[in-house]
Write a protein that binds this ligand. Sequence first.
Ligand code: PEP
Ligand code: MG
Length: 759
Amino acid sequence: MKEVPNILWLEEIRKEDIISVGGKGASLGEMASIGLPVPKAFVVTAQAFRRFLVETSLEKKIFSTFEKLDVEDNAALEKVAENAKALVMKAKMPAAIRGEIRASYRKMSSGDLIVAVRSSATAEDLPDASFAGQQETFLNIKGEAALISSVQKCWASLYGARALYYRAKQGFDDHTVNIAVVVQQLVPSEKAGVMFTSHPITGESITIIEGSWGLGEAVVSGTVSPDKYEFDQRGEKVVDVFIANKKLEIIADGDHGTKIMDVPKDRQDKRVLSDDEIAKLAMYGKIAENHYGVPQDVEWGVVAGTIYILQSRPITTIGKKEAKGMADQKSSAKILIKGQGAAPGIATGKVVIIRDVKDTGSVKEGDILVTKMTNPDMVPAMRKVAAIVTDEGGMTCHAAIVSRELGTPAVVGTKNATNVLRNGQLVTVDGELGLIYEGEVAHAAPAPAATQVVAGHGQIITATSVKVNVSIPEAAARAAATGADGVGLLRIEHLILGLNKTPGWFIANHREEDFVNELHDGIKIVLDAFPGKTVWVRTLDAPTDEFRNMQGGENEPHEHNPMLGWRGIRRDLQSPDQFRLQVEAFKRLWKEGYEHLGIMFPMVSHPDQFIKGREMMRSWGVDVDNVTLGIMIEIPSSAIMIEDFLRAGIKFASFGTNDLIQYTLAIDRNNENVADMYNPQHPAVLRLIHDAIQMCRAYDVECSICGQAGSDPKMAVWLVEHGITSISANIDAIAKIREAVARTEKRIILEAARTKDAE
Ligand code: PEP
Ligand code: MG
């Protein structure tokens, strides 16, 4: 048999070489072999690593320390791992291997090319042993010395504590596990993004491309709302262009790492890709799709006019059935703890327990964030993680709402995950079923990324409007991509709480203008994503306990029960300065021509509050008779008194069932001890909703729902049957709600026709 060399160039690699080059190396090689413009790369093969172990006589030294190791003994595991890694790092790489790596690096360029050095574990019985979280990657590496040391660091990482623990638990024999190292030109993308080679839901020949400035990470992680382009492959033309306001970009930082930067104003609204670039990208996408035989999810980047294809893998679409293997594995895997599945998706990663928001600095990309309950200061960390697990909360808590918008799997209300799980432990989170498994359960399909909720084409038309809820502006593009008929609830608290200063702080420090600007800019992002569709922005509704951690929060009253406390419209009416600043932001938007902006008052319990709020707005110069002002029905009194509200002139009403249920049934929505009694279909709740809908219909006023219950298809059926005008659901629920609504409407029409025929 031919001996495998120490180095293999991408062009030489075929998928059969996976055992020598690992999954990453094999996939890059295959992409290069079909003519895709993959950045230059070579692989230091698994055999080179073996030769290193043999020639430095490390094999015996390392493996003998593994023999009596009990991986459950953390201290012993750490000690053995440290020792093995130190042995690999201290050993001198054989001259032949070192020489070949240096020569290959020089061959790539004059020897000062910036590269990424990525490890890829391989094992005889599982060639692509790409176990989550155990592979080291070193970005931004420059120079021969740094390269040699990074390759050796990748090798050493094969013996990290977590990797050893994982392999022991999965029954791998460490003697047979190898590691290959991919050395690839790092593409410092000036613009980058993702592409679906065919429509991910309908399968139509439409290529969907999303792009933004800087490295592609900004798009993949959802840090920015990217531009979106659609290319019709049959007509060979761009059929849709959406230009987003791109405020941030991620770029390379010095010699290693990346940083987030503000995009200069003149580039924020500039189109990222030209028609030519879109057509070229679509063509590359088609090549990949034809080769692999299934639609691909492709990562791309552009530098100095050259397009690079960085990765290509089959599309994982929402609603896709689990692979059978995964289901089998799940049934045998050990469940560590259970809770409520609050945001769908499955992810594997390392547990990081956060007891104080100050510790969120330790959260890394891909970790599993475990905490008592998230709060707005934690959102930056929540953006990075692969999944979120909380002790407290139900389907409508902060963690649940934000995770759903970020597209991050989440399990809430586990009661004691912060005690049961251990820092650094590898777990798999199922955000649909609410389960946390030990270790990696199969190759968990990645959580639907920010770009994967796409509908639009072939969309079902319903008479009942299906709208979407938004809480963080960065989710606006994702929300719009669902094809929703508008935004039935934009919660501005998340925007304000993210500033980390209370409105009172801005007022006390004469920084009102900053506050108004932030609010204006955040809302504008959402309005821009929904041109011509109504967007109902809700005035501030943050309970005092959420303000307390922020600057200025020291003055917040300590309330015995903040849920029943100083929040919503009651607080705004008593704090005219705070209310006026919000109204100022709305006024600017109306003046700029955003006529589709409507304002919704939360927590109203009496029509006088609506009238007073409207009169205050009038006194601040709002043409209240010609703008859309409405209320949330989330306190039973407002449902009972709906006719008085209608007479007072509300233009719409929307059921906030999250609160309506808790106030009707006396069940704290965030209390996991009573979560099983939190029943959206309790007859009393349904009766309040039914009566209010009928009254709104009598007055011909739009009646909607924006509470979590509207994201449940069963409830949607009931609501349509009872005459609701619109339903506003979570991003992840739009497709199924639309379907449930369409079916119900058709059934009603059919039944009516049959009854008529029978007459
Ligand atoms: C509700 O109460 O149903 C609602 C949508 O508002 P929030 O969840 O923000 O209280
Ligand atoms: Mg509410």
